[in-house]
Design a binder for this molecule. Sequence first.
Ligand SMILES: *Cc1c(COP(=O)(O)O)cnc(C)c1O
Length: 233
Amino acid sequence: MTTIADRLINAQYRIAQAAQSSSRHADDIQLLAVSKTKPHTDIIAAYIAGQRHFGENYVQEGEAKVTALKSSCPNIVWHFIGPLQSNKTKIVASLFDWMHTLSRDKIALRLNDQRPNGLVPLNVCIQINISKEPSKSGVTADDMLALAEVINLLPNLTLRGLMAIPTATSEVTQQQAEFKQLHHLYLQLQQVYPDVDTLSMGMSNDLEQAVAHGSTMVRIGSAIFGQRVPLHI
Ligand SMILES: *Cc1c(COP(=O)(O)O)cnc(C)c1O
């Protein structure tokens, strides 16, 4: 039987191999374990195996997990990686350490206002809509710097970098072109904001490509926790 601990080791191994292939250091690539739809016991198993960064997509589910696991897994760093509506920003501002899917000024302002006193600033990434599909969230490349400027003025947010969900395709050339474009945008952002250090891209099926194109954080769900049963039909 393959356990969560085994699959974590395997994911780390894939990252290390991919890093080596492109002459990068594995330490420069953070593994974010995406635990959406999975039970608390799976998170605890990964935590015991040494995993610290966890990603959640749904506000209510995330809230329940952060609250329930506070005492048993005190060192978890929680990342919000799903779509966020403005009426739910307070929960993310209060409970999460990172927010990857920022694409609107209004959400940035609310997160800044609602970040509780005494907490370090919320780490945020700007989500880029690289495929420009209207159904996808994120800003276009042209709007990236304008949003970054707003975030940079907000004391309770720290701009860490970019996040993207490239087109789901088995076409390697398209995949590579999108990753390449994202890396280019990341370098562009870094020129204006030298502290930017995070390029959040790569999932279970494409982490090798993402690492080859400069990803610093891969978001891995099914390769660690197994296939998900869809929550919403
Ligand atoms: C679900 C999800 C992941 C993980 O996807 P897997 O293919 O299971 O690794 C990564 N990023 C985001 C934004 C997700 O919603």
